[in-house]
Design a protein around this ligand. Structure first.
Ligand code: UD1
Length: 363
């Protein structure tokens, strides 16, 4: 029986860990899963609602770290996680993605000699100004088992000198969550609640510091939206970081004047899935949404200069457009009128069975 401590911290972690814990519960003679929540995200809309929607069991331990600077947050996770690992003595600690909690917990384990598996290993944007890129590089250097979502990730790891025996190509576990919840999401009433029609709308998400903490960049994106929303209403579930910076950067009035840009609170997993899966267009700076839209063949414009998920450009619907106003407007026009519309092809091992392959690798 393997005792596996599964770490979650921030919103994009929940949909990666939920199918893995569920698979471990089904294989209960072989696995004993524990869930540790670092508390990096703590608002009901950023955390609790995902536990409910994804049927994730309540955390066995909650570290309650909350928000702080990168150094303070990472340090707080490490300090609070170490005694939990020492007390529980897990056979494996499983970390996912690229948030501060991922790196902090991996670092604690490697110093204690406890084995760490990293799910979603090997993704690289090659942009070291992105905090997540540093978390990815360092976590992959120290984790014992690197579970990759796509072949480009394997190639990145090998190029960094990581021996093949530490790498396992298991596919994309977020797609396990997506497939498990697609039917349930149909029951969501979110489109009626927001008063949007069946499909004539776009969806926007923005939360990267490089976009929302910089006035010039944020303003360029808003200029593009001023144009796009003339013909397409856009729903914008606003991340708490973004809500704060809109006010701090003095953009509140400008955003309020855009009557066809509808700001709403962050949505839960099922409501958001229901909403974007019928959208004409998604504009985002999130990593996971590039993958989810590609899988569902929904046009996606990534408002960044790079992506750590090139497979979504190669085989999916993703177009990396950057943050230049005219480029965003042109790409949105092309996606909407069909001339720039991409058709997604199937992506190897994005098949709903990644969590089972992860369990095999742990065994
Ligand atoms: C974090 C991750 C990012 C991920 C994102 C998803 C890192 C370095 N960043 O960014 O990779 O894509 O989560 O959401 O780990 N806040 C709240 N309530 C919450 C959480 C945050 O109000 O529940 C506010 C706080 O003001 C906080 C700010 O949002 O200071 C930023 O939160 P933080 O966790 O530091 O980074 P994110 O931008 O959420």
């Amino acid at each position: 029986m393997l005792k596996v401590m599964n770490v979650v911290g921030a919103r994009p972690n929940f949909m990666k860990v939920a199918p893995i814990v569920a698979a471990m519960k089904r294989a209960r003679t072989k696995f004993r899963p524990l869930v540790v929540h670092t508390g990096q995200h703590y608002d009901a809309a950023m955390s609790d609602s995902f536990f409910r929607d994804l049927e994730l069991p309540e955390p066995d331990t909650h570290l309650g770290v909350g928000s702080a600077s990168h150094a303070a947050q990472t340090a707080a996770v490490m300090e609070r996680f170490e005694p939990v690992v020492l007390a529980e003595k897990p056979d494996w600690v499983l970390v996912v993605g690229d948030v501060n909690s991922t790196l902090a917990c991996a670092l604690v384990c490697v110093k204690l000699g406890v084995k760490v598996a990293h799910v979603e290993a090997g993704l690289r944007s090659h942009d070291r100004t992105m905090p997540e890129e540093i978390n990815r590089l360092l976590t992959d250097q120290i984790a014992d088992l690197l579970l990759t979502p796509s072949a480009d990730a394997d190639a990145n790891l090998r190029a960094e000198g990581i021996p093949q025996e530490r790498i396992r190509f298991v596919g994309n576990v977020m797609i396990d969550s997506l497939l498990q919840n697609l039917e349930r999401a149909k029951a969501s009433q979110i489109k009626d609640e927001l008063g949007v029609g069946e499909s004539h709308y776009g969806v926007l998400t923005l939360h990267r510091p490089s976009n929302v903490d910089q006035r010039d960049t944020f303003a360029r994106i808003l200029s593009a939206l001023e144009s796009i929303t003339k013909t397409l209403p856009v729903i914008f579930p606003v991340h708490p970081r973004t809500r704060k910076t809109i006010a701090e950067l003095g953009l509140t009035n400008r955003v309020a004047a855009m009557t066809n840009l509808r700001l709403v609170d962050p949505l839960g997993y099922l409501d958001f899935l229901n909403l974007y899966s019928s959208a004409r267009l998604v504009l985002t700076d999130s990593g996971g949404i590039q993958e989810e839209t590609s899988f569902l063949n929904i046009p996606c414009l990534t408002l960044r200069e790079n992506t750590e998920r090139p497979i979504t450009v190669e085989l999916g619907t993703n177009v990396v457009v950057g943050t230049d106003t005219n480029r965003i407007i042109a790409a949105a026009g092309a996606a909407l009128n069909g001339s720039g519309k991409k058709t997604a092809r199937s992506i190897p091992l994005w098949d709903g069975h990644a969590s089972e392959r992860i369990l095999d690798a742990l065994e």
